[in-house]
Structure formats: C-alpha cells, structure tokens
Design a protein around this ligand. Structure first.
Ligand code: AMP
Ligand code: TRP
Length: 338
C-alpha cells in the first residue's frame, strides 16, 4: 500500500579537522551525492567529534564552514539534503549518554581507530577519543538512519552502532532502525601518495601525501607527479605490496574518470609511469577545479551558508527532539505532561 512506503533515511558526517581529501570524496562523498535523490538524506559536519583532538577555535569555525561549502560544491543540494552542523542540534550528546550506558568498555577498547590513535607517540588520549564511537552511534540512531555511507575505516564504528541499537531494542522495545554501512567496492580506502600502505588522511598524511579538494591545480599536479610508485614499469592492478602505489593511482584514476581499471591497464600497456601520471594529474585537476571554484564563491557568501545551516538545523532538530523524547520515555525517565 502506497501510504506504508516510508522513504529510507541516509545519514553521514565528516570531521572538520582539516581540508577534505580525495579520499573523503571517493570513499564517502560520491555516495552522499549518488544517494541524495532517493533517500531522506542528512549530512552533517561533526564538529563535536573534531574536539577529540585539540583545535584552534578560530580555525575550527573556518574549517567547519568550509566543509559545508565543500558539501555544496561537490553537488549536495540543500533543497534535497539536510546539511547541518552537529553542535547545532541538541540531542546528539544527550542520546550519547543513554547509549554510553549500554556500551561496554571492552567494545570501545577494541575499536581499531582508538587503538591506532592512542598508540601514536605523544598521543592525547582523552575520554572523548575513547567514547567517540558512542557519539557517532548517537548521530546515526537519533535519525533512525537506514544507510550510512562511509569509507572502509568507519565500518567497525557502524557495526558497533548496530550492536548498540539491537541491544537497546532488546532491552526496552523496538525503537531504533539497525543501520547498514554503504561502502564503495572500489575506493573505500584511498592511500597516502607518499606511503601507499597507509590511508590518506586529512591530518595523518603529510602535505605531499594527500590531495585536498580545494588544492590549487598546480599543487595537485605536483603531488601526483611525485607520488611513490615502484622500480618496475608495469601499470597493472596487483595486490602485491610493492604495487601499492600504482594500485592506488589506478583506483583514483578509475573513480574520477569512470573508466574501469581493466580498461586503464589496457590503455597504458607498454607505456611509462610518466605518461600515466601526467594523464592522471589532468583527470584529477579537471574533477577538482569546479569544486574549488564553487567552494571559493560560497565562502564569500556567508549569508547563504548561514541560511542553509539554519534550515538544516531546524529540520534535523525537529527529528532529533521526537526521537530523544521517545528514548527517554522508553528508558523510564519521567516526562512532564504537556
Ligand atoms: P574523516 O576524514 O575521518 O572525518 O572521514 C570522513 C569520511 O571519509 C568517512 O566516511 C571516512 O571513512 C571517509 N574517508 C576518510 N579518509 C578516506 C580515505 N583515505 N579513503 C576512503 N575514504 C576515506
Ligand atoms: N567517525 C566518522 C569519521 O571519522 C565521522 C562521523 C561522525 C560519522 N558521526 C558520523 C560518519 C555518523 C557517519 C555517520 O569519519
């Protein structure tokens, strides 16, 4: 029956800890764009998550707005998707408290991201870094999201979210939708250009290892030309560690051009890395130039961004309040009569 068909909800978030990279774009944002037409889509900038590492307040404000501008610049349409800032909606941290009381310390200790981050020399291991996945579960469950588009490194956090949702539903009664991650088959883990066995990260990679969506074209071309490859000559996609550099570049090329990897292998058979990198630099700059241009224009129009964020926060807040009060009721917290 028509009236029983509920439009599914899709939700994701990105931390404003640095400039967005082509890893964010290929691993997550391309799916944000692809899915916004068919779902009730909510995309946020998770500024509270960014506080798990020390931030300069002025820069954090600037970076948060820049991520919103980049959301719009890559093709997220504020008329179709709810674009908002996590801290503009009350409910994320409140639900996180309830969910935290259902999460085991052992579960949090098993999170790879926490283990990696806390193992770094001189790491600032604060409680927020540890409880980070609970806030992420809250982001997702607060809106009953069905689908969560993310890169490979976030799969474990979405799995923990599923476990928490199932636990709550079991302990109280059916409340939360158990979400599914949406992870691309190709490009779920774009690697550092200088160290192709490590993930390209906004802050983890050095400048020459990453490409930002709003880098200047000349910088992009230079980074690609100096990307680490191997001492061989073959442009082939192989699982071998020594081919990690070329494998990563082929993945980037394929995702940005839409050409299958096998067709790229055929196109570059018998050709050198130099020619391949030159073409790839053209593909990447062509893909990114309009994004940078649009971003730079939007950053000059703060009134427009403000309006988008105001609308986004209002829509998200309405949903969040309903869900939070349902959760408080189900858990036995007394509600005042209206
Ligand atoms: P973050 O930059 O950690 O806030 O990540 C935002 C989104 O981008 C998450 O869904 C990540 O999984 C995804 N992501 C980040 N870096 C990469 C990468 N190098 N390759 C693919 N996806 C990524
Ligand atoms: N933890 C995610 C990351 O580091 C960001 C994030 C926070 C997120 N809340 C979310 C992603 C909710 C998807 C859904 O990339």
């Amino acid at each position: 029956m028509e009236e029983n068909i509920k439009i599914k909800t899709i939700l994701s978030g990105i931390k404003p800890t640095g400039q967005l990279t082509i890893g964010n774009y290929i691993g997550a944002m391309k799916n944000f764009i692809r899915l916004q037409d068919d779902y009730d889509a909510l995309y946020m900038v998770v500024d509270l998550h960014a506080l798990t590492v020390p931030q300069d307040p002025k820069e954090l404000r600037q970076k948060t707005l820049s991520v919103i501008a980049q959301y719009i610049a890559v093709g997220l349409d504020p008329e179709k998707s709810t674009l908002f800032i996590q801290s503009h909606v009350t409910g994320h941290t409140e639900l996180a408290w309830v969910l935290g009381c259902l999460t085991g310390l052992g579960e949090l200790s098993r999170m790879t991201q926490f283990k990696d981050k806390s193992a770094k020399p001189g790491a600032n291991i604060n409680a927020g870094l540890y409880t980070y996945p609970i806030l992420m579960a809250s982001d997702i469950l607060l809106y009953n999201a069905d689908l969560v588009p993310v890169g490979d490194d976030q799969k474990q956090h979405v799995e923990l979210t599923r476990d928490i949702a199932i636990r709550f539903n079991h302990r109280y009664s059916d409340t939360f939708t158990v979400p599914e991650p949406v992870i691309p088959k190709s490009g779920a883990r774009i690697m550092d250009l200088q160290d192709p066995l490590s993930k390209m990260g906004k802050t983890d990679s050095g400048e020459s290892g990453r490409i930002a969506l709003i880098d200047d074209p000349a910088v992009v071309a230079k980074r690609i030309k100096s990307a680490v490859t191997d001492s061989g000559t073959e442009i082939i996609y192989s699982d071998k560690d020594e081919k990690a550099g070329i494998r990563n570049l082929l993945t980037i090329y394929s995702n940005l051009s839409g050409i299958q990897v096998a067709d790229l292998e055929a196109k570059y058979a018998g050709k050198g890395y130099g020619e391949f990198k030159k073409d790839l630099a053209d593909i990447v700059t062509q893909s990114l130039s309009p994004i940078k241009q649009k971003h730079d224009e939007l950053m000059k129009n703060k009134d427009y961004l403000d309006e988008v964020l105001r609308n986004g926060a209002e829509k998200a807040q309405n949903k969040a309040w309903k869900m939070l009060s349902k959760v408080y009721r189900k858990t036995g917290l007394v509600q005042l009569k209206r």
